[in-house]
Design a protein around this ligand. Structure first.
Ligand code: ADP
Length: 481
């Protein structure tokens, strides 16, 4: 026989070779299984968003691809492992305990080495016993991640051809892959949570800022209002200053005019060159001018008392008719003094003497009426000045009407202010200090009433006021101080 050149292989060698090939085959199959598992898992886990579902998917895939009927996952809480997820087939279906406790030995080994592989005896405490037979093999792998701080994967099988440990080792990579994915999901959830928290804080901050903003706007408004108030107060102060200067200029005129008359006529009388009729006329003029001065001084005193809040009333029973008679007599004198022969004074007494008695400050009432009457005479050149009153149950209405020059509508609200005169031209022929109506208004208000004017230029004016009469007194009423 021709030698083929090939060496003969012994039977034993052949057997060895076959074994080697079989092992290679097996590890190839193993690798193929691993690659298959990873690729299937890889596809699935990229679309899953729930940790629970990921775990379920992992256990299911391992169970199917590795022919392991029991795959479960537990989390360590207070010394017990609580079931997170499981995938079990017959004969274990519906037998997965909700929690288990590992024996001390198994627990220590898992904590130390991260893996436990062996037969069942004494691994799980009795009351949580798993449905195992003598052949049952158990593999426990420890894991830790963000979601489950301390957990185990538990695999169970009836040992057949390959040990559970060999089978499962390839699975470790798959487990890590899923756990990584879970970790990522946890971070994403955390970031989402943080984001939400941030959004809430941003909303709250925006709200707080807008509140501060509107507070600031309010403050600006308030400040503007205060500035406006200050501006008005400043204007008022300036006006009042101006009025005071006009008043002082006016006052010196008011004092000098009667003083000059008094001094001038006294000198003439002293010179001894005057006739009897002239002497009479001069003494009348001196008397009239002295009265003007006296009035001015009285007004100034009243005014300073009002300013110092020291004006007091002295109320008693007074007869209005009597007061009007006195006012009338003074009016007649003024007519003579101002040489207003074309003016008549008419006093209308609406109540008889015995029932025209009221309780008030009669002197102040007379002062108001004289103020109004002297203005009516001063600012009229002809016609009648009518003074009248009407008694009510608890008050009395008075009016003084003239046919004089009248007051422009826009000035009517000003004339009751202190120092105010419709025209501040001190060269005008009509004398006055601008205090009379301000004093009258204060007095009327103190007597419990109000004063007003109705007037039109060239037609005349009518001043009305009322006062309270606390009690209508009888003839013999007592005078109260
Ligand atoms: P005065 O001493 O200047 O009269 P008043 O306070 O009594 O001061 O009056 C203020 C101003 O009101 C007067 O200067 C005058 O311009 C106006 N007035 C007051 N009464 C009359 C009136 N009966 N007719 C026209 N003007 C009047």
């Amino acid at each position: 026989m021709k030698n083929s050149g090939k060496q003969k292989i012994s039977y034993n060698e052949l057997l060895e070779r076959v074994k080697e090939l079989e092992q290679e085959n097996e590890s190839m199959a193993e690798r193929a299984g691993e690659v298959l598992l990873l690729s299937i898992l890889g596809d699935t886990i990229s679309t899953l968003e729930e940790k629970q579902e990921l775990m379920e998917e992992l256990l299911e895939k391992i169970s199917i691809l590795k022919y392991i009927p029991w795959c479960s996952c537990y989390e360590l809480v207070n010394g017990k492992y609580k079931l997170v997820e499981c995938y079990v087939e017959a004969p274990y279906k519906n037998q997965c305990p909700k929690e288990i406790v590992l024996s001390k030995g198994a627990f220590g080994e898992i904590q130390e080495k991260g893996i436990y592989c062996g037969y069942v005896n004494g691994i799980i405490e009795n009351k949580y016993e798993l449905p195992v037979t003598e052949k049952t093999e158990l593999l426990i792998i420890k894991f830790q991640n963000n979601w489950i701080k301390n957990g185990i994967f538990l695999f169970m099988d009836e040992k057949k051809r390959y040990s559970l440990k060999t089978k499962i080792l390839v699975v470790r990579q798959a487990i890590n892959m899923v756990l990584e994915r879970i970790e990522k999901l946890s971070y994403i959830k955390q970031i989402e949570q943080l984001n939400k928290g941030l959004e809430i804080r941003v909303v709250e901050r925006t709200k707080a800022l807008s509140q501060i903003n509107s507070k600031l706007l309010n403050e600006i408004e308030e400040r503007k209002a205060i500035e406006e108030e200050l501006r008005l107060a400043k204007n008022k102060a300036e006006d009042s200053d101006k009025l005071k200067s006009v008043f002082l200029a006016n006052m010196s005129h008011e004092i000098r005019t009667p003083m000059n008359a008094i001094v001038g006529f006294s000198e003439l009388m002293e010179s001894g060159t005057c006739e009897e009729s002239e002497l009479k006329e001069f003494s009348r003029l001196i008397y009239g001018n002295s009265l003007s001065l006296l009035n001015l001084i009285n007004d100034l005193l009243d005014f300073s008392k009002i300013e110092a809040n020291q004006l007091t009333l002295h109320c008693a029973c007074f007869n209005i008719n009597q007061i009007l008679d006195d006012v009338n007599s003074l009016g007649m004198m003024l007519l003579k003094q101002y040489k207003k022969n074309n003016i008549k004074i008419e006093v209308r007494k609406s109540s008889p003497d015995n029932s025209a008695i009221i309780f008030t400050d009669g002197l102040r009432l007379k002062q108001i009426l004289i103020n109004l009457l002297s203005n009516a005479i001063k600012f009229s050149f002809q016609g009648v000045v009518v003074i009248e009153y009407k008694m009510n149950r608890r008050s009395v209405d008075f009016s003084v009407e003239d046919n004089g020059i009248g007051i422009a509508a826009e000035k009517q609200s000003l004339i009751f202010n202190r120092f105010s005169r419709v025209s501040d031209d001190i060269t005008k022929p009509i004398a006055g200090n601008g205090l009379g109506l301000a004093i009258s208004k204060t007095l009327v208000e103190m007597l419990g009433g109000k004063i007003s004017v109705e007037s039109s230029i060239g037609q005349g004016s009518i001043f009305r006021f009322d006062i309270l009469s606390k009690a209508v007194c009888g003839e013999n009423c007592i005078v109260y101080k």
